[in-house]
Design a protein. Sequence first.
Length: 130
Amino acid sequence: MKNKNNRISFAQINITNLVDIALTLVIILLMIAPMIEQGIEVNLPKSAPYEMKIEQSIIITVAPGNQYYVGGKRMNLSEIYSFLKEKSQEKGVSVIIKGDEKVYYNEIIKILDIAKKCKIDMIGLATQVE
């Protein structure tokens, strides 16, 4: 566009709608994030479970073949101990253990012992609803 003085004028871009959409998407992401389940897919045994708050829980998955995962990252027992020792300094931390139904009981006990050594009192075992 040219004005009377033969200068080119630029129209300003209105980004208000773009900012509104971006902020709406951020709010939706913040609302959905705590509901996303972490970890590796395993077959859980069935029981009538007690519900724990997942927001502050550390999910440890015990898969067949002595494989341990913390939030999807594979770790060995000493790495899990170091991780839990560091996290135990935070207030209200709990541990949820997801053990595959084919995992031996002593593999679950190893994780329970590590959590107790780190002075974490709230420990839960994940199961499927009957």
